[in-house]
Design a protein around this ligand. Structure first.
Ligand SMILES: [Zn+2]
Length: 423
């Protein structure tokens, strides 16, 4: 039976213009074009949005017997006057890893460096060790649990990186586990991040050679990921190694999204733009010239404010710089052992409460904009509400859409529809 979503408050459709394309600058806060006032309803058929129109018109057309909130002709969802926003799109997560490094915060607070923590058996190598020893079944279950948490916070499309295996066998295991997580609450799109760090017991050159001659061909052959990612930072993968890996991936038909300029400006964003990467993520320290270049090359700048937040660092000026210059940008969670949030509303709260970003701009940065980097691998464009689009929809607990990022620590979501079904 078709489904009628009625009694809605504001509806943030975000679907002005071409829905596959991102929005920038003042387009992101154009309420007249992006938001419908209350009094509208949505008719959903077989998981697809069939019609968005005034409530009276839709009731007359599809539920003429409607009375007392009931109809025998369509299923009814009462939004109780609450606002409606698109399903959220998290384009940067390290979804699968195991272990617990929460004791490291106190070490950091006591002045221990990343290297010193590593010498004491902590840091990424600890996560790699425990992730390598986990079974695939365990990882799939863990993934299911984490997807539920993302879903409770309104996420309906999520990118998931490997990267805590750092060997042929365990990187493949992580990607296979991602592909086995049921996609009943959320679309899940895998990215290979074998180039997250260097494993113990191998030289850097040996490992890069392994990535190019063993890991990547296996990933491409078995269609285990759509993108590759490289941790391009001084001390990890340099510009040359990053370019080598991305070019080898391209030959295998894989696109790229890169970790760049998180700690310093190493021209990582400029390289991502030159290589035509779908996105360049972190970009905290990128220079202005690189940001302009990225925009021209359609390389999305993805900010991950949760990471500087948990490290006690400044959130930076990059987001505001993008808005002022009409450059495309997105926000994502960067869920990882140090930054354990799968809540985009929380991340957007950092952008709005701490950086003064308009809640509507933050919403575009967590829906339509990140979706534009992932849509190529989905049947329909996600990230906005439009006729013919997927019924991935959140009903908030408030009549105002701005509420969506004003409940840090609590979910603002009343109900979520994924492909037209209540999650
Ligand atoms: Zn990351």
């Amino acid at each position: 039976m078709d489904l009628l979503l009625y009694n809605a408050g504001e509806i943030a459709t975000l679907s002005h213009g071409e829905v596959s394309k991102p929005l920038s600058g003042i387009e992101m806060v154009d309420r007249e074009k992006l938001v419908l006032d209350s009094g509208n309803a949505i008719l959903i058929s077989k998981g697809i949005i069939r019609k968005i129109s005034s409530q009276e018109e839709l009731i007359q057309e599809f539920a003429p017997d409607f009375s007392d909130g009931k109809s025998n002709l369509v299923d009814i969802i009462d939004a109780h006057g609450n606002a409606i926003i698109p399903g959220l799109v998290d384009c940067h997560t390290h979804l699968l890893w195991t272990g617990d490094r929460s004791n490291e915060m106190n070490m950091r607070q006591n002045g221990l460096s990343y290297q010193e923590i590593s010498i004491r058996g902590g840091g990424i190598s600890r996560t790699v060790e425990s992730t390598r020893s986990a079974t695939k079944k365990y990882l799939v279950n863990l993934g299911k649990h984490r997807i539920s948490q993302a879903s409770m916070n309104g996420t309906t499309t999520l990118e998931a990186k490997s990267g805590y295996g750092l060997s042929v066998e365990s990187e493949i295991k992580l990607l296979e586990a991602s592909s086995e997580i049921p996609q009943d609450k959320c679309n899940l799109l895998p990215t290979w991040l074998g180039a997250h760090d260097f494993p113990k017991g191998k030289s850097k050159d040996e490992y890069v050679e392994e990535l190019i001659s063993e890991q990547l061909p296996l990933v491409a052959e078995n269609k285990l990921a759509n993108w590759v990612d490289v941790f391009c930072e001084p001390g990890w993968y340099d510009l040359e190694q990053t370019e080598l890996i991305v070019k080898a991936s391209k030959e295998l038909g894989l696109k790229s999204r890169l970790h760049v300029d998180e700690f310093v400006d190493s021209n990582g964003l400029a390289l991502a733009a030159e290589l035509g990467s779908s996105s360049a993520d972190h970009v905290g320290f990128s220079n202005t010239e690189s940001r302009a270049k990225a925009h021209e090359s359609n390389t999305m700048q993805v900010f991950l404010p949760g990471t500087p937040y948990v490290l006690g660092k400044n959130l930076g000026d990059g987001i505001n710089e993008c808005i002022e210059n009409n450059w495309n940008f997105s926000l994502a969670t960067d869920f990882n052992p140090n930054c354990q949030t799968l809540s985009l509303p929380f991340v957007a709260s950092l952008a709005t409460h701490r950086l003064g970003i308009d809640p509507l701009a933050a919403l575009v940065a967590c829906t339509r904009n990140p979706a534009s980097t992932l849509n190529s691998e989905l049947k329909l464009n996600v990230g906005s509400i439009y006729e013919g689009g997927p019924a991935d929809i959140n009903i908030l607990k408030s009549e105002y859409l701005d509420y969506w990022c004003q409940t840090p620590g609590l979910s603002p979501i009343e109900k979520t529809l994924f492909s037209g079904s209540l999650v």
